[in-house]
Design a protein around this ligand. Structure first.
Ligand code: KG4
Ligand code: ZN
Length: 341
C-alpha cells in the first residue's frame, strides 16, 4: 500500500511516498528556514503563503522520485494538527484536492503521532523489537511530551512541559547568544567548539511528576549572559566565541539531562519495553548519545533528517490507520491545538 504523506504544520513543505508504513520511496522537504531566519522566528502568514507556492512542485517531485504517479497511490495522508492554522489549511486543502481527483481515501494525521511513527521507518521494527508498550519522548519547537504507546493508535500523555518546549528553549537561548534560527542545531554546533568553562546550570526540578519545565533555564541563561556582558549586545563586534561555546554546552547539557531523567523515570514507572525518540530536538547528538548510554531498555531513534518535520512520518502513521480500516470524510478540518492521548 503506497501512501502520499503531506506535512505543512510549521515551516517545512514536506511530501513523501511511503510503502506499507515502513518503506521510504521518496521524502522531499522544502524548508522555509532562511526566509524566517531574517525575522528571528516563524512568521505564520509568510509560512502559509510559501506552502501554497511550493506545495504542488513538491508533490510532483515526491511522486517522480518514488517512480510513481497519483494513479498508483492508495491513500493521501495529511497533518491536520497541531500547528499553525493557516499553514495546516494549505496542506489539508491540497490533500483533499489530490484525494478527490483520484477518489482516494483521505487520512488526517496528528503531527505528534507522525513524529512517533518516524521510528518505524528505516530499519526499526518497534512493534516486535523492542515491542509494546513503548515510552515516546516527542520534543520539538512546540512540544515536549512523554507519551505511553500501548499499541498502534493507542496513546496516553503521561508528561509534558509546563512552560517552554525543549526546542523553544534552544531557540531562545540561541537568540540570546546571537547564534541565529533555528537554535537547536546552532547550539549543538558551537557546544562542540573549544570553550571557556562555565558553571553547570541548575537542573529544572518538577517534583512528583513526569512534567518538564524549561523556562527557568532560559531565565538563567539571560542572567548568565548579562553577567558576562554578552546580553544585551553592545556594539558591532561578535561575541566571544569561547564564552558562548561554554554557555551553549552547559545549556545543552542541562536540557538533555532533564529530558533523559524524566524519560527514564517514565519508562521505569510504566515498565515499558523500549523508548522511542522523535521531534526536531531528537536530532540532537548529545540527547541521542546520553539516552542510549543511560537507558536500560532499547532506544529507537530515527536518523536526524527524519526527526525534524517531514511527510514520511505522516505517511507511516497513516498506513497503520488505513490498515485498520480508518478513513476521514471530506469535511476534515484543521485542529491547531490538537493533542495526542
Ligand atoms: O519537529 P520540528 O522540526 O518542528 C516542530 O514540530 O516544532 O522541531 C523543530 C525544533 C526547533 O526548535 C529546533 O531548534 C529543534 O527542533 N532542533 C534541535 C536540533 N535540530 C532541530 N534541537 C536541538 N538539537 C538539534 N540538533
Ligand atoms: Zn514537528
Amino acid at each position: 500500500m503506497k501512501i502520499l504523506g503531506i506535512e505543512t504544520s510549521c515551516d517545512e513543505t514536506a511530501v513523501a511516498v511511503v510503502e506499507d508504513g515502513r518503506r521510504l520511496l521518496s521524502n522531499i522537504v522544502a524548508t522555509q528556514v532562511e526566509m524566517h531566519a531574517k525575522y528571528g522566528g516563524i512568521v505564520p502568514e509568510l509560512a502559509s503563503r510559501q506552502h501554497m507556492i511550493t506545495m504542488l512542485p513538491v508533490v510532483e517531485q515526491a511522486l517522480e522520485r518514488a517512480g510513481t504517479d497519483l494513479s498508483d497511490i492508495d491513500g493521501v495522508a495529511v497533518t491536520h494538527g497541531p500547528g499553525l492554522a493557516g499553514a495546516l489549511l494549505v496542506g489539508v486543502n491540497s490533500a483533499k484536492g489530490l484525494a478527490l481527483a483520484k477518489n482516494l481515501p483521505l487520512i488526517g494525521i496528528n503531527h505528534l503521532e507522525g513524529h512517533v511513527y518516524a521510528g518505524w521507518l528505516e530499519d526499526h521494527e518497534p512493534e516486535t523489537s523492542p515491542g509494546f508498550p513503548l515510552m515516546c519522548l516527542i520534543a520539538s519547537g512546540g512540544h515536549t511530551d512523554l507519551i505511553l504507546m500501548k499499541g498502534h493508535g493507542e496513546f496516553r500523555l503521561v508528561g509534558r512541559t509546563r512552560d517552554d518546549a525543549a526546542g523553544e528553549a534552544f531557540d531562545k537561548a540561541a537568540r540570546i547568544l546571537e547564534l541565529g534560527f533555528p537554535g537547536g542545531p546552532a547550539i549543538q554546533k558551537i557546544a562542540e567548539m573549544p570553550a571557556v568553562q562555565t558553571e553547570p546550570f541548575t537542573r529544572p526540578l518538577v517534583r512528583d511528576s513526569l512534567d518538564f519545565s524549561f523556562s527557568g533555564l532560559k531565565s538563567a541563561m539571560v542572567r548568565r549572559a548579562q553577567e558576562k556582558e554578552l546580553y544585551p549586545k553592545k556594539g558591532d563586534d561578535p561575541l566571544d566565541a569561547g564564552i558562548v561555546a561554554g554557555l551553549a554546552a552547559e545549556f545543552q547539557a542541562a536540557i538533555v539531562d532533564s529530558m533523559v531523567d524524566k524519560t527514564l523515570q517514565a519508562a521505569a514507572e510504566y515498565n515499558v519495553n523500549g523508548i522511542v525518540l522523535g521531534g526536531g530536538v531528537a536530532a540532537n547528538a548529545l540527547l541521542r548519545r546520553e539516552m542510549a548510554r543511560r537507558s536500560p531498555v532499547e532506544v529507537v531513534v530515527p536518523s536526524p533528517k527524519l526527526c525534524t518535520d517531514n511527510g514520511a512520518m505522516i505517511g507511516a502513521a497513516a498506513y497503520f490507520r488505513m490498515r485498520d480500516g480508518f478513513r476521514y470524510e471530506w469535511d476534515l478540518d484543521v485542529v491547531p491545538g490538537l493533542g495526542l492521548g
